[in-house]
Design a binder for this molecule. Sequence first.
Ligand code: MRU
Length: 346
Amino acid sequence: MSIKPIEYQNGVLRMIDQRLLPTEELWLEYTDYQGVAEAIQTMVVRGAPAIGVAAAFGAWFGARDIEAADFNAFYSQLEKVCEVLAATRPTAVNLFWALERVQAFVKARSAKPLAEIKAELEAEALAIAAEDEQLNRTMGAHGAALIPEQARILTHCNAGALATGGYGTALGVIRAAVEAGKKVMVYADETRPFLQGSRLTAWELQKDNIPVTLICDNMAGYMMSKDEVDCVIVGADRIAANGDVANKIGTYTVAVLAKEHGIPFYVAAPLSTIDLAIADGSQIPIEERDRKEVTHHGDKAMAPEGIEVRNPAFDVTPNRLVTAIITERGVVKGNYREGLTKLFST
Ligand code: MRU
């Protein structure tokens, strides 16, 4: 049983504070949309699908608290709530996907009494969370077939249960391979500067008794050159229509290394991460985060004061480096533009 980072019951959203893992398991409670927006921005909750799930509950809280005389007034206030939630982080498209889904859901019910719309919206947020976990299991089953028996799998960042409604995308594929009886092991890149690999991936795999070995990011090439990596699986924050993949900074480096060593490089992501409105990766907005993530380790300075710093949180892996994209509707290879578009009509 993998962890679920987001729980909802009776008007209270509980999220495990991912900033404190692995040393402290603290659950924070949220009851309004401003709190949820802050949780997304400050990375209490992170990972593309988990951000989408949290945003859906945030939108529900916002909608619930709106006092409006008619549907139009209600809807325009809901749009403002969604704008606040949308302004939290720019790269993971699941955030915008969830907010658009909520708004379309509400719009389609414009003839109903507001109390009824609100009640149905709560159920819709719960459905978004449940669907996410379910589709990860389906994606896992599709992806597990690609994993060789005894595979040594390298992953970057955390695309696990913690990053989703449950089970995980890249780690979901690994979980499914393990459930199918394959004796695999995982190399977790530490993932500087926020350390999602060492703090989160290592923590959740160890908790589930899946063999995991932690390496620093700059060790991946060495492990590959020594023939110690059989495949790479990562998640994604946004996939453009041509199959270019935005994911955690350092993913591109791993993909280049994998190509050089003839190692398959797989991306596991749900349809809610695919943005057909964006033609290629150059148009994906890349979040730049606080300089302190680079200059400090906790409160300790690791660089001279005043040093110039760059801190892009994501990079884009061009489609030519991607062996296959694993989704809940199957595996896409080759012509991504055609294959990804087709997924939406099946
Ligand atoms: O900055 P983060 O921690 O939100 O970035 C997360 C990632 O890059 C994950 O790899 C991605 O969201 C896929 S999660 C299933």
